[in-house]
Every structure is written in C-alpha cells, then in structure tokens.
Design a protein around this ligand. Structure first.
Ligand code: FMN
Ligand code: ATP
Length: 317
C-alpha cells in the first residue's frame, strides 16, 4: 500500500482514484464493509482504491480535552488497511486551514482537481468542510455537475446497534471485550515497542515487557488475560494497563508478563491482544501485597486460557 503523507505530497501520477474518507479509527467491521465496497468499485473501474484519513483526528484538534482515546494510532490503521488490500492511504495533516476549506472548494479543488476522484464512497451522514457545512446532498449536486460516481454506504449493525468507533470505545469502557471484538471483527489489541522499565517486575518474580504505546490516552485500563504476538512467537500472559500507583508510577503504561517465556524483547514491536478483563488496577499498601495479587492474576489468566481451550475443543467436536 502506498502511503501519501500530506496534501503537498500528492503528485500528478496520483490523479484518478476511487476514494473514501473518514477517521477509520479501529478499522472495524463497519469500516470493513465500506472498504470492501471501495475495493469492488475500484476493481470495476480499474482504478486504485484510496482512503483519506486525518491526523490528528478532527476532535483532537478542535477539543483535545474532549477527544476520546484512540482505538488505533496511525501505524495500526496503516497495517489494518494494508491487510485489506487498499492501494493508497492519504493522510491529511488536519489543521485549522484545512478545516476551514469551503465544502465546494474541498470537492472541486482537492477531490476533483488534485486527486482526480472518479468515484466517492461515503456514509450518507458524512459532513465535511468549514463548520461541517458540506453534506451528502451537496455531494449529490457536485456528482451530477462534475460527473463523478457517488455511493452511500448503508449502516452495518451489531444486533441493533450501529457499529462505530464510539460504540467500541463504550464497550471497552464497560469491560465488554466480547462486544468490542464482535464489532471489530478481531480482539482489541495494542501495539508498541518494548523498552526498559525499572526492572522492579523481575524483583517481584514477574518480569514484564514494558510496552511503549505512543499515546497520551488509552481506551482500556486494568489487568487483563492477554495474548502477545512477538518476534519470538505467540505467548499467553497477564498484563496491567495503568499508572502503577503502588510503585508511584505516573504515566499510564502497558506491562505484560508472558507465561513460559525466555528471551529478550527489548527494542522489538509487540502486539498485545486483550482476552479478558480480570480486575481494575489498585494501589497496594505493600509490594508483597501487590506480588500476591499478581500471583492470583496469573492463576486467573491461566484458568481463563484453559477453559477457553476446552470450550474450543468441545465446539470442534
Ligand atoms: C498482572 C499485573 C498486575 C498488576 N497490577 C498492579 C496494580 O494493581 N497496581 C499497581 O500499582 N501495579 C500493578 N502492576 C504493575 C507493577 O507495579 C509493575 O509491573 C511493576 O512495578 C514493575 O515495574 P517496572 O516494569 O517498571 O519494573 C501489575 C503488573 C502486572 C504484571
Ligand atoms: N457501521 C457502519 N456501517 C457502514 N458504514 C460505516 C459504519 N461505520 C462507519 N462507516 C463509514 O465509514 C467511514 C468512516 O467512518 P468514521 O471512522 O468517520 O466513523 P465511525 O466509525 O462511525 O466513527 P465515530 O464513532 O467516531 O463516529 C464513513 O464513511 C462512515 O459513514
């Protein structure tokens, strides 16, 4: 997948594509339905499929305090979109100047003139341009006037609820990992680089990989049974996502203890899949109390993996 970072990097050779626009945070099943349509139309029209995303996401510019925690950072979106077979990812630097573009300028100059969009696929609730004044009705007028294709996407639902990044964040906040997974089409995961911690975990008898998540806000907090995909293989384990109040930690981080693991992960990327929430993070009076609790957490995680493995065996019989 080709990655175009910023409007200034659009070249003459990029003219002509089938486009969709959005945040695509999480690349969930609703997004995947839109992206499948995008790929289908691009194939029919023998044009590259292109996804336009924004960095930062609009609310992160307009109201950083109110902006929700991301499900995926740009790197994770890139990987999710590439996996689905999208040809091009255009990441627009979302600043005040871009946000202030008049809706007709956005369509006529950027989409048609610069990108040469032949077909646009968006939800019929899509709003764009200064004061979000551009809407689907305006796109219909522009499509008729400038002769480009326009397809609205119908809402994909999980039971009665429309799948959305917001609904997934709510499910995660309510510790409903099963519902989040049903809307994402995969378990919720976090990826990051393993870096050195204070090595206290080792003293506690539970060495942990400290995963640097490159985020200020996280959509999940607490202790989880996890699976980790690493350069050295896949492991089950137990992890804490939190600020570690017992040892006067400050910033939130992910610390994962992998079962039956020997090796060195420092400097490598790992993906941590959250399988079950075990409890909220707590402040313990002593290190010994924390140690005993982590022991119980590890047992609970092992028990969870054992019972889900036997459920799997039963389901296969
Ligand atoms: C399964 C698990 C549960 C944890 N639970 C808590 C907790 O409830 N409260 C807390 O302050 N720290 C908790 N921790 C974080 C430990 O404080 C942290 O892993 C330890 O301080 C090691 O830090 P270091 O990697 O910086 O050396 C937990 C860690 C693990 C692996
Ligand atoms: N469940 C869905 N069914 C069909 N289309 C969807 C669904 N969810 C999002 N889309 C479409 O995918 C594109 C990108 O969506 P976007 O990421 O902006 O929305 P979202 O997932 O609903 O996020 P949020 O919860 O932040 O509004 C838009 O065109 C949107 O209409």
């Amino acid at each position: 997948m080709e990655f175009i970072r910023g409007l200034h990097n659009i070249k003459a050779e990029h003219r002509g594509c089938v486009l969709t626009i959005g945040n695509f945070d999480g690349v969930h099943l609703g997004h995947q339905a839109v992206l499948a349509k995008l790929i289908e139309v691009a194939k029919q029209r023998q044009l590259p499929s292109c996804v336009m995303v924004f960095e930062p996401q609009p609310l992160e510019l307009f109201a950083p305090d109110k902006a929700p925690a991301r499900l995926s950072r740009l790197r994770e979106k890139y990987l999710g979109l590439a996996r689905l077979g999208i040809d091009r990812l255009l990441c627009v630097n979302f600043n005040r100047r871009f946000a202030d573009l008049a809706p007709d300028y956005f369509v006529e100059q950027l989409l048609l003139q610069q990108l040469g969009v032949q077909h646009l696929i968006v939800g019929d609730d899509f709003c764009f341009g200064k004061n979000r004044a551009g809407n689907y009705a305006l796109l219909q007028q522009e499509a008729a006037r400038f002769q480009f294709g326009l397809t609205p996407t119908a809402s994909l639902k999980q039971q009665t609820q429309r799948i959305s990044s917001t609904a997934i964040r709510q499910a995660l906040a309510a510790d409903d990992l099963v519902l989040a997974e049903a809307m994402l089409g995969r378990p919720f995961s976090l990826t990051g680089k393993v870096r050195h911690g204070r090595q206290l975990g080792r003293q506690l008898g539970f060495p942990t990989a400290n995963v640097w998540l490159y985020r200020k806000k996280l959509p999940v907090h607490g202790v989880y049974a996890i699976e980790a995909i690493t350069d050295l293989g896949c492991y089950q384990g137990v992890a804490n996502i939190g600020s570690r109040p017992t040892v006067s930690g400050k910033t939130e981080q992910l610390e994962a203890h992998l079962f039956d693991f020997k090796g060195d992960l420092y400097g490598s990327q790992i993906e941590v899949l959250l399988r079950q929430k075990l409890r909220n993070e707590q402040s313990f009076a002593t290190i010994e109390a924390l140690q005993q609790q982590i022991q119980r957490d590890a047992e609970a995680a092992r028990a969870y993996f054992q019972s889900s493995a036997s459920e799997q065996v039963e389901a296969n019989q």
